[in-house]
Design a protein. Structure first.
Length: 256
């Protein structure tokens, strides 16, 4: 999915405006799992810094990495001055003598190269350090409205979601990346949790959110405009969305 992975920069300002942030419950969940101080963290694919603000604002010294220059520029406008920013892909990261108490990815891990993924994460973590990945689709909470939108979208897109990178079915008890973490010799104590979220927004803001979704971003401009018009016609003035966060946590073993 390289085209989709690199599609966000053109919509950096919209991404910042329309994407929901992360709740304090997420911070509490991660810290409860860590069960020890987390002074330093490396963020993979930080985007505009939605998750960066959550952790940096509560005392974690965050190094935020992001390959897209426009996204990184937007991030720098919104995060505390204490955040160190690095323009780099996950695949280009090297420990360089520093390891972190935590490595995390907010709705970004699926864009990374699976080849050597877990060995690379482990190389960036101190022994016993925590890995965290969290995210999830933003869906319309009303099934009737969701069906209307699906029908309006169908001539342009079969689906706007990202399939599981390892093919795990949606109904499985353990979802990706927990499935891969369980198989990795580098990690133990794999845990999956869900934070329920319901948000309400205007139909215009929901279209704004869709304008940041990679499936729409890679459509030709004319098709993208048409599908947004079609969806707008079937939306009520305000919509409720389900934006549940699925959180995966694991601990780096001392040795694989």
């Amino acid at each position: 999915m390289p085209d989709r992975a690199l599609s966000f920069g053109a919509m950096a300002e919209a991404y910042e405006r329309f994407r929901p942030g992360y709740p304090v419950e997420l911070f509490d969940l991660v810290m409860e799992y860590a069960a020890r101080p987390v002074p330093t963290a490396l963020e993979i694919g930080a985007g505009t810094g939605k998750a960066t603000r959550l952790f940096a604002g509560r005392g974690v010294s965050v190094t935020a990495t992001e390959p897209d220059a426009a996204m990184l520029a937007e991030l720098r406008e919104h995060v505390p001055a204490s955040v160190r920013t690095v323009r780099a892909t996950f695949e280009a990261l090297r420990p360089d003598g520093q390891r972190y108490a935590m490595v995390y990815a907010a709705a970004a891990l699926h864009w990374t190269d699976p080849e050597g993924r877990w060995a690379r994460v482990a190389s960036l973590l101190e022994p016993g350090g925590v890995f965290a990945s969290f995210g999830g689709p933003v869906r319309l909470a009303d099934p009737e409205v969701e069906e209307l939108v699906r029908a309006a979208r169908a001539p342009f897109l079969e689906s706007d979601e990202i399939p599981s990178p390892d093919g795990t079915p949606p109904g499985s008890a353990m979802q990706w990346p927990g499935t891969e973490l369980r198989r990795s010799p580098w990690f133990s104590g794999v845990r999956q949790a869900v934070i329920d979220r319901r948000l309400t927004m205007s139909s215009d803001d929901y279209i704004g959110y869709l304008s940041t979704v990679s499936a729409y971003l890679i459509l030709p401009a004319v098709a993208r405009e048409r599908v947004f018009r079609q969806i707008t016609r079937v939306l009520p003035a305000r919509v409720e969305i389900a934006a549940d966060l699925t959180v995966h946590l694991a601990r780096r073993r001392s040795e694989p």
